[in-house]
Design a protein around this ligand. Sequence first.
Ligand code: FAD
Length: 460
Amino acid sequence: MKTVVVIGGGITGLSAMYELQKWKNTKGVDVRLILAEASGQLGGKIRTVKQDGFVMEAGADSMVARKMETMSIIKELGLEKEVVYNATGRSFIYSDGNLKPIPDDSVFGIPASIESLAKSTLVSAEGKVAALKDFYTKNETFTKNDSIGSFLEHFLGTELVEKQIASVLSGVYSGKLSDLTIASTLPYLIDYKKEYGSIIKGLEANKQKFKGGERKFLSFQNGLGSLMDAYEEKLSEVEIRKNTKVDKIVKADGRYHLLLNNQDIIEADYVILSIPHTAAESLIDDHELRSEFSNLKNSSLISVYLGFDVPDTVLPADGTGFIAATTDELSCNACTWTSRKWEHTSTSGNLLVRLFYKSSHPSFTSLKEMNKEELLEIALIDIYKSLGINAKPVASEVTNWTDQMPNYLITHPKSVEALESIMAEVSPGIILAGCSYYGVGIPDCIENGAESAEKIIQMF
Ligand code: FAD
């Protein structure tokens, strides 16, 4: 009997196994299915933690609803009744010691009407006058390969970009505006400038496109962990081996020998490597493969949840969180008011917040070396400064994702293509899968897991 092993029990590996099991059952295929997961639980970057009536997520907290609703998996797993959607509300920017609302009628902080610009409390009168340049200047030099930062500053002025746009846009696209191209962020702005003569007018004319709808993200009543539990429960035909780390893969007798951390060996005919590239690169000894793996990059993030015995009505009405405008006032980059955004996360209606610390922040170098207690202290200082809350938290969860967030460079598609072709040559029957290569969003991982299973089925 042939054996298929999926290495890595995150969402990608679970989705792959789910499809393989379906194939085994519907086609009556004689195949042994093994899932090897290094840690003591399945889920990888999806893990729900419950404490004192709060529901917290160590990693991902939700999924893009539009994408999930086109898939049948939630229904297949019997989770339809547990689906919850985010509440929409107002986001703030923390600047000069105050929380200031991101103006209505703006797209990533860029005004989408002259009224929106006029009403902004984030920019001075001089800054607003400077932004009017957008209405009377033409674009003669910028192409889509230029930096989005220079483009916006040229037409809207430095102050509006620095105080209102940069923190929002660089949070969404993970990088400094000077390093991001127009093409990789908001390519339509250059078309608007041409068609309407103004970025602001272009956004105003296309407002409908940017209305996100009321329910953009979804999760489950008991947290995203429900998704992983439901998969695990369904995988009754699969040998799930937890605390099983694969250390090496070597070819022997026409099969693959997977050497485990407990000195055991699993023999496999086909393997799906649904583990981060940093884990995959040491499994197969091949010089060319290693050098290609080194072109993939990761960035870092620390997430800190704090739950308080304080009603969340102490925060500004309708608010769902803030982004820090600069890096010199707070250590965090952003803070979500989780209990406001997700009702299911706080049974009592008490305040639960989540702070994000990113590697782009100058203090990250020292933060990443800190232990949980020290990080909690830093988070409490940020909460006191930004929200004026001086209470002791009753619940907390600190997760350090240093060097574990895939960061797709412009060269990413080429690197993945090269890796696929080397793998096919060096290790036929072993395929790469997951967030390091094919998209970081959970729906992308689910889709990639299913596609990876299909590739194995085709080879079988
Ligand atoms: P992983 O989840 O990394 O799973 C890999 C698994 O492989 C792990 O369980 C690991 O223990 C195991 N493993 C590693 N090495 C070995 C080995 N040698 N042998 C055996 N097992 C091994 N996405 C969204 O869609 N929405 C969000 O809101 C969102 N927020 C996020 C917030 C954070 C803080 C993080 C970290 C990620 C977030 N993401 C979000 C991204 C999303 O969670 C991930 O892209 C996705 O969960 C990755 O799944 P995966 O299965 O590809 O990899």
